[in-house]
Design a protein around this ligand. Structure first.
Ligand SMILES: O=P(O)(O)OC[C@H]1O[C@H](OP(=O)(O)OP(=O)(O)O)[C@H](O)[C@@H]1O
Ligand SMILES: Nc1ncnc2[nH]cnc12
Length: 176
């Protein structure tokens, strides 16, 4: 199956959570056994030839596939969380969203200097979240070897923020 064919599992909801946002809902993909498996396999195919020490997943939708990918890649899993949720010492970064703004954090000791990192999230919109996540990982000394998403809202041109990174996506929306 071509990756773009996975689009059939995505549900679009207009004006959620705010007017003007066309929300791409992956729960319809996750609940379908074929959608769930094919997406996991395709994300794994992106990364399987690259040595990876840790998969870093972004809260909350990056937690669906992040640990599954880590298990398949024989890597560890590290969560990046919204502010105030992680109990030990953290590094943090504030960023702008397609709607609103937020701060994310990672445990200071979660990434060792030189760790090869696969950063994963469900969706690339403006790229603000993933860009902040890259900055956090690099502050901690990690080396980002790949960034993967299920969905790319290509019309928002977020790729410009990731020059020099190996950024992979399965499903592309070229217009809203
Ligand atoms: O590319 P950006 O414009 O930064 O937007 C993408 C981010 O927005 C969504 O998360 P959200 O903040 O809605 O949180 P959630 O995963 O907890 O629902 C999505 O899961 C990405 O993390
Ligand atoms: N259009 C969208 N659909 C789902 N999640 C998002 N996160 C940011 N923009 C989004």
């Amino acid at each position: 199956m071509m990756n773009q064919e996975l689009e059939k599992y995505i549900r679009s909801i207009k004006n959620f959570p705010k007017d003007g946002i066309d929300f791409k809902d992956i729960t319809t993909l996750l609940k379908d056994p074929k959608g769930l498996l094919q997406t996991g396999n395709a994300l794994y195919d992106f990364a399987k030839e690259i040595p990876i020490d840790k998969v870093v997943g972004i809260e909350s939708r990056g937690f669906f596939y992040g640990p599954l990918l880590a298990m398949k890649l024989q890597a560890g899993f590290v969560p990046i969380r919204k502010t105030g949720k992680l109990p030990a010492e953290t590094v943090h970064q504030t960023y702008a969203l397609e709607y609103g703004s937020d701060t994310i954090e990672v445990h200071k000791d979660a990434i060792a200097p030189g760790d090869k990192i696969l950063l994963h999230d469900d969706l690339l919109a403006t790229g603000g979240t993933a860009r902040a996540a890259c900055d956090l990982i690099e502050k901690a000394g990690g080396e980002i070897v790949q960034i993967s998403f299920i969905i790319e809202l290509a019309f928002l041109n977020a790729r410009e923020k990731f020059e020099g990174y190996d950024l992979r996506t399965l499903i592309r929306y070229d217009k809203e």
